[in-house]
Design a protein around this ligand. Structure first.
Ligand SMILES: [Zn+2]
Length: 424
């Protein structure tokens, strides 16, 4: 088995579980930091480990455009490339195609889009999105879906949801036929070594600096990435439920996605501009239609208060760019509420950012220093702010898990949340 999910304890609708993936066992509910282009902006991998990040996200759209799937695949997949030995999840690229790229054209076959980097034209289909994600080699990959825009009329949402269901079936079919090609599986590793051996032969004609962009086989890092430990293991593909803000269409989408059959299910298409109350209502109603014994992943939410609330509703996995993006804008989440570190009131504040936080930033630096770094536009400001915010999110989720195991409901005492409409 390449993915095993067990529930240790429930408390109301909340669940504390364990999700076993080829690279790591994950304790749920879990918050997953976003590492868009194989980097959680500003935070080195060893610090992520120290913060207790169990699984991070990569964005297929970004990695496909730069540095390219083939480059990552030849370097052992994302695990080898970024030397991260814990779990990784990649999205399908669908959300970014719909939110970032220009001039996209959607058909039953797939989506033609222009890169936001250089305007070049590309095509994603369920099949090519799977091919890209197999090359990237995350532990968990996502079916290719259409993220329906908001607002949209019912006919449009229904049509989009039905296409996502057909794409889910195509995604699964392609994945099942090609999953053995993941870079860290035995077959994938053999395929990986072949071109490396050829390129290691001396070739004076290719003596230029870029003639061997990849290390020859036998590099310790590559060996690690394709270790026999993973022999026989593959990635796991999750399905995505769409259906806009219509509970009936969400139900139908859940049923159709479950019919295709996946080891885990995600709720997509939320946090697209709808009011927070509506997000909550759709999450609550959609969860009712998902199988209790499979992991449930809510994509792209939310504030600290929201991730606690969704965990209490029975969500097992969540990701959000908010802690990292807000940190780069000087907005910090603390146990005493949110802090905008740019404010002059902190200029001579010798206290720690959050007296209740054990992260290395709060242990070492004062609010005055963090304010100074931010006001001076120092790179270190982004690094330290991001470390603290991620620590706050990861610790929050750990406390939620602990509460579930104790049979208590975890709630924030103070307004640690950040209003969604706050300008970033
Ligand atoms: Zn801290």
């Amino acid at each position: 088995m390449s993915l095993e999910f067990s529930i240790e304890q429930t408390n109301g609708k909340a669940r504390a579980g364990r999700l076993e993936t080829p690279h790591a066992e994950i304790q749920t509910p879990v918050f997953m930091p976003v590492g868009t282009i194989a980097s959680v902006k500003g935070v080195p991998q060893d610090t992520l480990e120290e913060l207790g990040a169990q699984i991070i996200l990569g964005n297929t759209y970004h990695l496909y455009l730069r540095p390219g799937v083939e480059t990552v695949r030849k370097l052992g997949g994302l695990h080898g490339f970024m030397t991260w030995n814990r779990a990784i999840l990649t999205d399908s690229g669908g959300f970014q195609v719909f939110s970032l790229s220009q001039l996209r054209k959607v058909s039953e076959e797939g989506v033609t889009f222009r890169s936001h980097l250089d305007g070049s034209s590309h095509f994603f289909s369920p099949e090519s999105a799977m091919e890209a994600q197999i090359g990237l080699g995350a532990d968990i990959l996502m079916a290719f879906d259409e993220c329906t825009e908001y607002p949209a009329d019912r006919a449009r949402v229904e049509e989009s949801m039905a296409m996502t269901a057909r794409w889910a079936a195509r995604s699964k079919q392609y994945f099942e036929q090609h999953k053995h090609r993941v870079p860290w599986s035995q077959a994938g590793a053999e395929a990986l070594e072949r071109p490396a051996r050829q390129s290691s032969a001396p070739n004076p004609a290719k003596a230029g600096r870029n003639s061997e962009p990849f290390p020859a086989s036998g590099s310790p890092r590559l060996t690690n990435a394709s270790s026999p430990t993973y022999a026989g293991q593959t990635q796991s593909l999750f399905g995505i439920v769409q259906g806009g803000m219509d509970p009936a269409l969400r139900k139908e989408s859940a049923e159709r996605t479950i019919e295709v059959g996946f080891p885990g299910y995600a709720i997509g298409g939320l946090s697209v501009g709808e009011p927070r109350e509506l997000t909550r209502e759709i999450v609550r109603s959609t969860l009712e239609h998902l199988p209790a014994d499979k992991p449930r992943y809510l994509m792209g939410v939310g504030t600290p208060e929201e991730i606690v609330e969704y965990a209490n509703l029975g969500v097992d996995m969540m990701d959000c760019v908010l802690p990292t993006r807000a940190a780069r804008h000087g907005l910090l989440f603390t146990s005493e509420g949110k802090v905008s570190i740019k404010q002059a009131r902190y200029a001579r504040d010798a206290g720690p950012l959050d007296p209740n936080c054990r992260c290395r930033v709060c242990q070492r630096y004062s609010r005055a220093y963090l304010r100074h770094l931010y006001a001076s536009n120092e790179v270190l400001a982004q690094v330290l702010n991001t470390i603290h915010n991620l620590s706050f999110y990861l610790d929050t989720m750990q406390r939620v898990r602990h509460s579930i195991l104790l049979g208590e409901e975890y709630r924030f005492l103070s307004g640690a949340g950040l209003d969604r409409n706050l300008e970033l």
